[in-house]
Design a protein around this ligand. Structure first.
Ligand SMILES: *[C@@H]1O[C@H](CO)[C@@H](O)[C@H](O)[C@H]1NC(C)=O
Length: 273
């Protein structure tokens, strides 16, 4: 009874149709570079009739298992070169190389189930190919050493301006953890569009209490791409505090026997006199 109920649900699910499981395309890629595209599907009761990829409505890849068990790359194309990286009965992954800027646009994966349903589903994702590669951000105003009483300020900037639509984001990290908004402010000329930055403000005492140094990182992110600029922040540790520490831990470790030793020494010196 229970299994009958379950199979009805599965059948209804299948009939409702979700052959296509996902279309993965990076938001951004770079001219001359590479992008990995993936299309996942789940056919359950039926089989795959065809899987096709389109760019801006033009087909560039086709896999039809019944025709012959090998894919067809439609081309050649000035936009990119296509290579199949992986193919199973659940997923097809392609690598596009030698990307040109005109490879920007809409990528559509279309899956068709075999006879009798010939059910068709498609998913679309867009990718923008930028002319220039990303470069790491630039740190401005960092010094080698700071005082523990200082407020440490470091700017982080993009190396070149970006179109506001395709502008990377900047984030500060200390020892790998993202810095809270209370320590971060906008940096640079806000009027100069596309070249603004983000500055980090850390109280020196924070670095001192962490042992005198912390690794700061400004991370630039654009879609799946990340680049960083790093700097070790150091504060001057006063030697007196090391000496204090040494003495206090030393006397603690000595404990009662230290007292015995000292009184013994006094007794001996009294006897010598
Ligand atoms: C595809 O469309 C995008 C966005 O509309 C455009 O930038 C790109 O040049 C087009 N590419 C081709 C080859 O049609």
């Amino acid at each position: 009874m229970r299994s009958l109920y379950l199979s009805t649900i599965l059948f209804l699910n299948y009939a409702a149709g979700d052959i296509l499981r996902g279309v993965d395309v990076p938001l951004y890629a770079f001219a001359g570079g590479q992008a990995t595209l993936s299309c996942s599907y789940d056919l359950r009761a039926t089989r795959l009739y065809s899987l096709k990829w389109y760019h801006n409505g033009t087909e560039f890849y086709r896999y039809v298992p019944t025709e012959r068990n090998r894919p067809i790359y439609i081309g050649p194309s000035h936009k990119f070169s296509v290579k199949e990286l992986y193919r199973s009965d659940q997923r097809v992954t392609l690598s596009l190389t030698r990307l040109s800027v005109s490879a920007s646009g809409q990528y559509r994966c279309e899956v068709i189930a075999e006879h009798p349903s010939f059910r068709t589903e498609a998913g679309t994702a867009s990718m923008t190919v930028l002319r220039e590669p990303l470069t790491p951000p630039v740190l401005v105003g960092a010094r080698e050493i700071y005082e523990p009483t200082e407020l440490i300020k470091i700017g982080c900037q993009l190396r070149r301006p970006f179109h506001h639509e395709h502008k990377p984001t900047l984030q500060w990290y200390l020892e790998g953890s993202q810095v809270g908004s209370e320590w971060v402010t906008p940096y640079g000329n806000a009027l100069q569009q596309g070249s603004s930055g983000l500055s980090l403000h850390v109280p020196g005492e924070q670095i001192a209490s962490a042992g005198g140094s912390l690794q700061a990182e400004c991370r630039l992110t654009l879609g799946p791409h990340t680049l960083s600029a790093r700097k070790t922040l150091r504060v001057r540790m006063r030697m007196i505090s090391y000496v204090d520490n040494y003495h206090s831990t030393g006397s603690k470790r000595m404990g009662g026997s230290g007292f015995v030793f000292v009184t013994g020494a006094i007794l001996i010196s009294l006897l010598l006199v």
